[in-house]
Design a protein around this ligand. Structure first.
Ligand SMILES: [Zn+2]
Length: 358
């Protein structure tokens, strides 16, 4: 569904490539058999090679599809998954893979423009070298995909205040049942305290789920969330790639050494009716994040604000695109501020569109 939804939104933003692998016999989309195990030995499939693999009679379900940086595992028929990566300076292509049972659709999208999988990267004056890559959208026009351009800096100074900026983008799938989740604190940064982490992960969930804001907007009616306690189970994400794993039934918030300047990473799984069925989150365990911002502060990012952003993805929010630095769902986070803990107008409107309010 992200691909459908994204196609709708990406057409206006940055869609760089859609690969549709129509499997002649539905065999390719069926769960792996011994022959597919042989195929599996050959490891991840690069997006553009997907067709060749199908022709060799290999099943795609359970195989890892990658664009060289971000990877996802092809889910069983009737499901979709999306993940995201980070390029240097904050731009990150995303991959969305939908297995319709007869068709495997692989969508790669330019992330900075607010679609595909989701990440959160720091916004620092040092990251702003403007490199643009010209790519061809499905509509054939060439579009420049920018990393965090120098202009973002200036945009901030003149940027629209949080309660005046009504921009939002949706992933076009959402939860209709309660979201049950665990927290794994085993790989958290050394400076963090377990209780503080759990308190802030729960607070961040409520920030997004209930639409905490300073814009005078009412509380949202998003389905409930239940914290089920701590777990030793790792989030269903291999941080190396990062790579989204096979869908499972547990939702875990955890920590890991994310690549590049990623602060957070979320994978989500959805069914053919656009309903979320799973979501896992990894927060970087380097030194960039703090549960309490130091004073004076430099090059340090707010942990609870970062997790509030990632919960946004878990609930169906996409990125705003560049130029919305005061909104929680922009793909880059400002350092030394807790602003992302409260939703801006656009963030609230997006959640309200999916879940309504009192
Ligand atoms: Zn994000």
């Amino acid at each position: 569904m992200t691909s459908r939804g994204l196609l709708a939104s990406a057409a206006s933003l940055t869609l760089v490539g859609l690969v549709v692998v129509t499997t002649s016999a539905p065999a390719s989309a069926r769960p792996a058999t011994s022959r597919a195990d042989r195929c599996l030995e050959r490891g991840p499939i690069v997006v553009r090679a997907a067709r060749t693999v199908v022709r060799s009679g290999c099943s795609l379900a359970g195989r890892v599809v990658t664009d060289g940086r971000v990877s996802v595992t092809v889910p069983p028929a009737g499901m979709g998954v999306a993940g995201d990566g980070v390029g240097r300076h904050g731009d990150a292509p995303g991959i969305t893979v939908t297995n319709t049972g007869t068709t495997i659709r692989v969508l790669r999208a330019g992330h900075a423009a607010g679609n595909g999988g989701w990440y959160l990267a720091p916004l620092t004056t040092t990251t702003a070298t403007t490199t643009t890559t010209a790519t061809t959208t499905t509509t054939g026009t060439s579009v420049a995909i920018g990393t965090v351009p120098e202009t973002t800096e200036s945009a901030q100074r003149g940027s629209t205040a949080a309660c005046q900026d009504s921009t939002y983008h949706l992933e076009h799938h959402r939860w209709v049942t309660a979201l049950r989740y665990h927290v794994n604190v085993r790989k958290m940064p050394q400076a963090f305290h377990k209780r503080t982490v759990i308190r802030q992960v729960k607070a961040a969930n409520a920030n997004m789920r209930l639409g905490r804001n300073t814009c005078g907007k009412p509380q949202l009616t998003t389905p409930a969330a239940h914290y089920l306690g701590r777990t030793r189970k790792a989030p269903n994400i291999k941080v190396g790639g990062p790579t989204c794993g096979d869908p499972n039934t547990t939702n875990v918030v955890g920590f890991g050494n994310l690549p590049g300047d990623l602060l957070g990473w979320t994978c989500y799984w959805y069914n053919g009716r656009g309903r979320m069925v799973g979501s896992d989150m990894v927060i970087d365990n380097g030194t960039a994040l703090a549960t309490h911002l130091p004073s004076p502060c430099s090059n340090t990012w707010d942990f609870e604000g970062t997790v509030t952003h990632e919960w946004g993805h878990a609930y169906g929010m996409a990125h705003t695109g560049p130029g919305h630095p005061n909104l929680t769902m922009q793909h880059v986070l400002k350092p030394c501020s807790t602003y992302a803990r409260t939703l801006g107008l656009g963030d609230w409107l997006g959640m309200n569109k999916m879940y309504g309010h009192h």
